[in-house]
Design a protein around this ligand. Structure first.
Ligand code: ARG
Length: 466
């Protein structure tokens, strides 16, 4: 090493006579972004060094020096006193080079029976695993806010829509609980991904394993992995754990985006279903009357970045032969950005939902218009007058047309007017035309009736507490 020209890389420059071109250095270096892995990198190195000493591969003195030195590096980075060097490419070599400056020769023994290939795979798994936990926390908090809303308005009536046209009355609580179900499945997806990714690549070395008598169970255990990965080629070359995280994040972002879209619509002057808090709205610099739902709009847009990252990493991985290729260095920025976007969107949505005030009277007025109980009328004709559903549908259609022509709602038609369309109709019909009657009648499992909604709220509260 000593007779190398100064500019050759001291980590791998043994066979190089000259250092890299500046452009080569620029395209090759990942330190600009993978410095985010410093804590995982140092944790992995400490576990590796301790294992090497326990196996008699390095001395306990060297292991102790490495341990102390790594802790110094950690505090330098955390204290902002660390100089990251692009010529040292990545976080792994930056940490090791600094360790050498601090402890000297023993630093060179840390990389025994290890490669940057299993090192980066380990660091990245640890990082993505933490993000699964962060997503879990963010989702639980958001679900908590939705349950609060559902609890408050389990029996508030609002229009349920299909095609964004008034369809049938539903309850506010039921609408909130629909999102609880979606975010609940997101929780499950992150948990599944975490369980599958929780195996240790460390000790796979460059690609083929190592001849040193390492103990992969020990390092796996030290890093809270369930077990070492069973195939060294797979360990260094797959990034499916990151793809699973991104996929779960993309689905979750779709759910967030749909809820955000509803908030944008509902808070508009045309709907007025909800009022957003000042804390999660902005004003216009020119139109003094405006209160804009910017947070909701930005959450709605985050899916673009997250899905973009997902597509990008799938594309990077799709044609790579085993095992490691440098292409895989392009995995990190995508995942970092997607994870940051998701956590921020979850937190912003939680805040918005906690602060949101629905307007029950506006919801109910909207639910009562648009002939939203026409299905209840048709169902009554089936149940009480024995009409086949298709015929009942036809009769109801005629009644809707009559009401529309007269400029009134269904309950405003007189009994005589109703009977002129179908003589089987009796006074009882008015009992099913109110929106409260309508939602209360929908007691099928999973239906919108307040009793059913309250059961679901209770089930979720219990599930989240347990
Ligand atoms: N910075 C690299 C990455 O992120 C680390 C692994 C480098 N391995 C190698 N054989 N050059 O992928």
């Amino acid at each position: 090493m000593t007779d190398q020209p100064k500019s050759a890389n001291t980590m791998w420059g043994g066979r190089f006579a000259a250092g890299p071109d500046a452009i080569m250095e620029a395209i090759n270096a990942s330190i600009g972004f993978d410095r985010r892995l410093y804590a995982q990198d140092i944790r992995g190195s400490r576990a590796h060094a301790a294992m090497l000493a326990a196996q008699g591969i390095i001395s306990t003195n060297d292991a102790e020096a490495i341990r102390e030195g790594l802790l110094t590096v950690l505090s330098e980075i955390e204290g902002g006193n660390f100089t990251f060097r692009t010529d040292l490419e990545d976080i792994h070599m930056n940490v090791e080079a600094r360790l050498k400056e601090i402890i000297g020769e023993p630093a060179g023994r840390l990389h025994t029976a290890r490669s940057r290939n299993d090192q980066v795979a380990t660091d990245f798994r640890l990082w993505v695993r933490d993000q699964c936990d962060a997503a879990d926390g963010g989702l639980r908090a958001l679900i908590g806010a939705l349950l609060m809303q559902a609890d408050a308005g389990a029996d508030w009536v609002m229009p349920g829509f299909t095609h964004l046209q008034t369809a049938q009355p539903v309850t506010w609580g039921h609408h909130m609980m629909a999102y609880v179900e979606m975010f609940g499945r997101d929780l499950g997806r992150f948990a599944d991904a975490r369980r599958r990714m929780n195996e240790s690549p460390l000790g796979a070395a460059a690609l083929a394993g190592t001849g040193f008598a390492i103990d992969r169970e020990a390092t796996a255990h030290a890093l809270d992995f369930d077990r070492p990965m069973a195939n060294s080629l797979d360990a260094v070359s797959d990034r499916d754990f990151a793809l699973e995280f991104l996929s779960a994040a993309a689905i979750c972002a779709v759910h967030l985006s749909r809820l955000a879209e509803e908030l944008v619509i509902w808070s508009s002057a045309q709907f007025r279903f909800v009022a957003m808090s000042d804390r999660f709205s902005t004003g216009s610099s020119i139109m003094p009357q405006k209160k804009n739902p910017d947070a909701a709009e930005l959450i709605r847009a985050k899916i673009g970045r997250i899905l973009g990252a997902t597509v990008a990493l799938f594309t990077v991985m799709k044609g790579l032969p085993l095992a490691y290729s440098k292409d895989m260095q392009e995995d990190k920025e995508q995942v970092f950005d997607a994870a940051d976007s998701l956590m921020l969107a979850l937190a912003a949505m939680e805040g918005m939902m906690r602060d949101l005030s629905a307007r029950p009277e506006v919801l109910e007025a909207a639910a009562s218009s648009g002939f939203s109980t026409a299905t209840d009328l048709a169902d009554w004709l089936v149940r009480e007058a024995g009409l086949p559903f298709r015929e009942a549908h036809h009769v109801t259609g005629a009644l809707v047309a009559k009401a529309e022509k007269a400029g009134v709602d269904l309950p405003d038609l007189t009994l005589a007017e109703m009977q002129s369309v179908n003589p089987a109709i009796t006074q009882e019909i008015y009992g099913v035309l109110g929106v409260h009657n309508s939602v209360a009648s929908r007691i099928s499992y999973g239906g919108t009736a307040p009793v059913r909604v309250r059961e679901q709220i209770a089930r979720w509260k219990k599930a989240l507490a347990g």
